[in-house]
Design a protein around this ligand. Structure first.
Ligand SMILES: NC(=O)c1ccc[n+]([C@@H]2O[C@H](COP(=O)([O-])OP(=O)(O)OC[C@H]3O[C@@H](n4cnc5c(N)ncnc54)[C@H](OP(=O)(O)O)[C@@H]3O)[C@@H](O)[C@H]2O)c1
Length: 290
């Protein structure tokens, strides 16, 4: 069975990991750095992120570890991050996420889970595309979830103003992550690898479910895997030579079958075009459909 010890030497490559200040993102960044990649860790709060960056530096002495501010719930922040990004990019891990929260909106007025998890990463990937295409075989890993099967894309109520449920809104954002992964692969063809990951139930911030009491939460967290284990599907997706574009990697790591709705190419195409309109970010370099 593949383990992170099987990650090849990544010297000379650059990786960006979103939401790298904790949870699954932190061991993802640390492992990539330990295997030689220059790692750009993105966080919302630089002061809090500094401790995470120090953890990575201590686990990967000599590695190039950089900390940058990125708030995916604010397209201005996404644009500022991308504008300041320099050089080519080998691995983008779209890891950050919010989950199962009461209805809120992003700085741009989008429903928060869809806006952060999907639209923020959609815009980020589009803006970083020239950096990715500069590296043959570059990879975009987008962290989805098996919870995608709970979601449904309703183009008439993308803001979920009529029917908001914190779990179904999360499922919808993770379905969008998976559809984005597959559509990106279809549009990019051989120019990059687009891969999705499902970490499996992992004891992180997102699993502190407000709907559960504190003792029940503590029990749930004891029963599930560590963030190190939760990072394995992303790390496999980001580095294994066995990976093919459009793969959905689950715990193990092993391939998962997306739910049938994730495979609906007509919804995926419409979601893509809608996401371009909402974010104002167009993937010009790989556009086949216009
Ligand atoms: N844990 C699980 O069981 C599980 C299962 C399936 C899928 N996932 C997915 O795994 C990914 C990582 O989540 P996690 O489990 O590690 O949860 P986590 O501990 O809550 O970490 C989430 C990360 O996302 C960042 N983030 C949240 N909102 C952001 C925003 N607006 N802009 C930028 N960064 C933001 C957080 O930053 P701050 O530190 O600033 O809050 C944090 O670093 C998510 O995509 C999640 O959907 C997790």
């Amino acid at each position: 069975m593949w383990t992170p010890d099987d990650i090849p030497d990544l010297t000379g490559s650059t990786a960006v990991v979103t939401g790298a200040g904790g949870g699954i993102g932190l061991p993802t960044a640390a492992r990539l750095a330990r295997h030689g990649a220059r790692v750009v860790m993105t966080v919302r709060d630089l002061a809090r992120g500094e401790a995470a960056a120090e953890t990575v530096r201590s686990q990967a002495p000599g590695a190039r570890v950089e900390l940058r501010r990125l708030d995916l719930a604010d397209l201005g922040s996404v644009r500022a991050f991308a504008a300041a990004f320099d050089g080519s990019l080998d691995i983008l891990v779209n890891n950050a996420g919010v989950g199962m929260i009461p209805r809120q909106t992003t700085a741009d007025g989008f429903e928060m889970q869809f806006g952060t998890n999907h639209l923020g990463h959609f815009a980020l990937t589009g803006l970083l595309l020239p950096h990715l295409l500069a590296r043959p075989g570059a990879r975009v890993v987008t962290v989805s979830s098996d919870a995608h099967s709970l979601g449904r894309i309703d183009f008439d109520d993308l803001g979920l103003e009529r029917h908001y449920g914190r779990f179904t809104a999360y499922g919808r954002s993770k379905l969008a992550n998976l559809m984005f992964t597959l559509e990106l692969q279809r549009r990019a063809g051989g120019r990059l690898l687009s891969v999705a990951a499902h970490p499996g139930a992992t004891a992180t911030g997102i699993m502190k479910l407000g709907v559960l009491t504190r003792p029940v939460n503590a029990l749930v967290r004891l029963a599930i895997q560590s963030p190190d284990k939760g990072a394995v599907p992303s790390l496999y997706a980001a580095t294994s030579p066995e990976v093919t574009g459009g793969l959905f990697v689950g715990p193990g790591p092993r391939p998962l079958t997306p739910s049938p709705k994730a495979l609906d190419e007509s919804v995926a195409g419409r979601l893509w075009e809608t996401s371009e309109e909402l974010t104002g970010v167009r993937f010009k370099a790989i556009t086949q459909h216009s």
